[in-house]
Write a protein that binds this ligand. Structure first.
Ligand code: TRP
Length: 334
């Protein structure tokens, strides 16, 4: 019997994962996977909440995400990789929790609010509005204690604590109130300098990218717009190229030297970028190779998913039994 505390965390499978995912969350998952019993959820239902016309792409992305996870070194034997839609208890608990979630609580959720503003009115469905409740169900089903996520997910974890507390007070103690944990870089800027690395903005470097694509992306990165010549003093602060150096270049002396020369106008952007490309490729090279390896061993990839999902399903069934018992909806009325 395991006595490890539990983690549930996850991602929407809308495409392959990128550097922002890595420093925002994945790095923590790697570190924590030995100390916690982890459920890594591929939230395909949640992905459908705003991609209902792209079901095939979401199905394909389930595999892309799994390849990324295996490539960075998440261990599917110690921990469970879970496909959300294969565990119908997620839908059942979502419905029950929606009855104790005040509408206003959802309306005030800042992450949901800003996502809703970006959707056209006809795309804004009831299901999308309700996705934070389904995320609460994701976290509560395995009774997670800890949820390592990117910064934008914090409002959802806060809601999870509220709703878990309310459930426990109303029906009896079933759920722990989980803590959130944010990665080293809560939100990584895009290669174009926009606030966030995001597939829809086309400003990503993906974990599976090969050397040539990484170098190309880096060489065209947005940098200090006030600097016209290499001899102009430049700005390090707020400069995406240096933010990436800080996040990924292990050679701290090199980064320090580049910064010192940059601010006095004694290094060109090309050199700074070339060194960044090298640092990124040193980091991503082994990930790319392992990803290619797994692509040739798809049986292992599918086995990891099915095995993890089976384990999660058992845990989910147990929790749902406790939920129904606590709510006294498990027996037929007398
Ligand atoms: N909302 C997360 C994302 O956008 C994915 C997710 C779904 C999740 N369920 C979760 C994250 C539960 C943490 C815990 O990527």
């Amino acid at each position: 019997m395991t006595t490890r505390k539990r983690i549930l965390t996850g991602v929407r499978p809308t495409g392959p994962l990128h550097l922002g995912h890595y420093v925002g969350a994945l790095e923590n998952w790697l570190r924590l996977q030995n100390d916690y019993e982890c459920f890594f959820l591929i939230a395909d239902y949640q992905a459908l909440s705003d991609h209902i016309e792209e079901i095939d792409r979401i199905r394909q992305s389930v595999i892309e995400v799994t390849l990324d996870w295996l490539a960075i070194g998440l261990d599917p034997q110690k921990n469970a990789f879970v496909i959300q839609s294969y565990v119908p208890e997620h839908a059942e608990l979502t419905m029950l929790l929606s009855f104790i979630t005040p509408l206003g609580r959802l309306q005030r959720n800042p992450t949901l609010k800003s996502e809703m503003e970006k959707l056209r009115e006809t795309d804004l469905t009831v299901g999308f509005f309700n996705y934070p409740v389904s995320q609460i169900a994701d976290i509560l089903l395995p009774k997670a204690h800890l949820v390592p996520v990117g910064e934008d997910q914090l409002p959802h974890i806060e809601m999870t604590r509220d709703i878990a507390g309310k459930f426990n007070r109303t029906y009896g103690n079933v759920f722990p109130e989980p803590q959130a944990m944010v990665g080293r870089v809560g939100r990584l800027v895009g290669t174009d300098g926009q606030a966030k690395m995001s597939k829809s903005l086309g400003n990503c470097i993906y974990l599976g990218d090969d050397e040539a694509s990484v170098t190309k992306r880096v060489m065209s990165m947005y940098t200090d717009p006030t600097r016209l010549r290499a001899t102009d003093p430049g700005h390090v602060e707020g400069n995406p190229v240096f933010m990436y150096h800080d996040a990924f270049n292990k050679n701290l002396d090199e980064v320090k030297d580049l910064k010192e020369r940059y601010v006095v106008g004694r290094v060109g952007d090309v050199e700074v970028k070339k060194k960044l490309a090298k640092a990124l490729n040193d980091f991503l090279g082994p990930i790319h190779e392992r990803r290619e390896h797994y692509k040739k061993h798809m049986d292992d990839v599918h086995a990891a998913l099915l095995d993890g999902t089976r384990r999660a399903k058992k845990v989910a069934e147990q929790t749902m039994q406790e939920v129904r018992d606590a709510m006294r909806i498990s027996k037929s009325p007398a």
